[in-house]
Write a new protein. Structure first.
Lengths: 221, 244
């Protein structure tokens, strides 16, 4: 934990200097969402019905877009190799990556949610559910995309492979998140779905960083 | 126990062991497959509700059970490969994955063919069907990941790691019918309770399940032998066998 600070500072400084890395996925999220009303028609009731699924699929895709570059630069310029070779625990580096990834891709989606709610004609009850599911779900998205990025960091065709690997793992999250928003839209309780999402998040938080460190070690050896 | 197991980590021993076991396994599997399917398809009474269309159970249930069984076998091999760095275990992960993918595809296709007359639709987005589909994607992911690296060793290791991570899906598939209210029926055969299926239909089904299990082992022997030859082609024992 002592070493988390410098790593996090480095990640945030990198993000501040390479704004495209985190701005593009956020813009992509907004653009995908604004395409749906054009594609399916601007009927407000229809938009309200499809909103939960559309929002979550756009969130999945934008996080996936950011995932590809997560470890690529650090791998190419040898940072990962140096960290594996040094006696520094890799875990602090991984946790800093995770936190920076969530701050740059997950948090903007939560902050943008009022705008999204306006665009897709989401009512107040569903809006609360949307913010809650995004708050619980985006850290899990970050965890899974860090895992996928670590697995494919030295692969020849990383990009499309990454989507093939992580999208199946995203499916349970997608099911519960959109179920919670649908229940909220029908004024039903949705604590159960939120509890399951929290359970998945905690479970992944306990195990994924360990898997990520061993994936990085395999990739540099 | 490790002293007894240790010689089996040597590729040469495994190669010859697989060669000796393969004909027996393949023969038994084909015999049981014929027995179970002919008995099940021709000589069991029709179901009182589903008529004759339930008979596809003799392909669907064994393939579905073994799609998960094969995954757990692959995950155990992957775990051994990662923790103890046993080469043979690493190769067997890659040898098992396509077998499991085909079993999963058989389970999905026969399930669709069964769903059409019973539910009136080829596909529903029900929990068990969806999670079985995710299982197929996981198998395909393991296969694709192992082939994506220029270094074969790294590919095998990374694919093993993915196989271990994907184990999380197994309990989800197994309990999906109990956790969610879905169209797919619950399990008819359990270890602890009396099966909710008539004995005259149960026996051919059990034989088919056993046949699929042994067939998986037989196919694994064939594929593992090939993998060992490919990976050890520069070793003296392979060269001596090839007559160089």
């Amino acid at each position: 934990m002592v070493t988390l600070g410098p790593f996090l500072k480095r990640e945030l400084r990198l993000l501040a200097r390479q704004k495209a890395d985190w701005l593009n996925p956020v813009l992509f999220f907004v653009i995908v969402l604004s395409l749906f009303p054009l594609g399916v028609g601007p009927e407000p009731n229809l938009l309200r019905i499809i909103a939960p699924g559309v929002i979550w699929i756009a969130a999945l895709l934008s996080v996936l877009l950011a995932a590809e570059r997560l470890f690529k630069d650090d791998y190419r310029n040898g940072v990962v190799e140096q960290l594996v070779a040094s006696r520094q625990p890799l875990l602090a580096f991984v946790l800093a990556k995770l936190l920076a990834n969530w701050l740059s891709t997950g948090l903007p989606l939560v902050l943008l949610s009022p705008l999204v709610a306006l665009l897709l004609n989401v009512d107040m009850a569903s809006f609360t559910a949307m913010v809650l599911t995004l708050l619980l779900g985006t850290p899990l998205l970050s965890l899974l995309s860090v895992l996928g990025a670590a697995l494919t960091v030295s692969a020849d065709k990383g990009g499309i492979l990454l989507a093939l690997l992580i999208l199946p793992l995203y499916i349970p999250l997608l099911i519960f998140a959109s179920a919670a928003m649908e229940a909220a839209g029908m004024a039903l309780p949705y604590h159960g779905q939120l509890a399951v999402m929290l359970a998945m998040l905690l479970f992944a938080l306990a195990l994924v960083p360990v898997a990520v460190t061993s994936a990085l070690k395999i990739n540099v050896s | 126990m490790f002293k007894w197991l240790h010689p089996y980590a040597k590729p040469e021993t495994v190669y010859h062991l697989c060669g000796r076991l393969m004909p027996w396994l393949m023969g038994t599997a084909l015999l049981l497959l014929l027995l179970g399917n002919i008995w099940g398809l021709a000589f069991t009474p029709p179901d009182y509700q589903q008529g004759d269309s339930y008979r596809i159970i003799h392909l669907h249930v064994p393939a579905a059970i073994m799609s998960m069984g094969t995954y757990s076998a692959m995950a155990i091999a992957a775990f051994i490969a990662l923790v103890w760095q046993v080469k043979v275990a690493q190769w067997s992960v890659l040898a098992i994955a396509p077998i499991g993918a085909v079993y999963t595809a058989i389970a999905l296709i026969t399930g669709m063919a069964w769903g059409k007359p019973m539910w009136g639709t080829w596909w529903v987005w029900d929990a068990r069907l969806t999670s079985e589909l995710i299982l197929l994607f996981l198998y395909l992911g393991v296969i694709a990941l192992s082939g994506a690296f220029s270094d074969r060793q790294t590919g095998a290791k990374v694919a093993s790691l993915l196989a271990v991570v994907g184990v999380i899906n197994l309990p989800i598939i197994h309990f999906s019918v109990e956790w969610w209210n879905t169209l797919h029926q619950g399990a008819s055969i359990t270890k602890f309770a009396k099966p909710s299926i008539d004995p005259s239909m149960l026996w051919p089904l059990l034989i088919s399940i056993l046949a699929f299990k042994i067939l998986m082992l037989a196919l694994l022997c064939v594929r593992l032998r090939t993998a060992i030859l490919v990976n050890e082609q520069h070793r003296p024992w392979v060269k001596a066998m090839a007559g160089d």
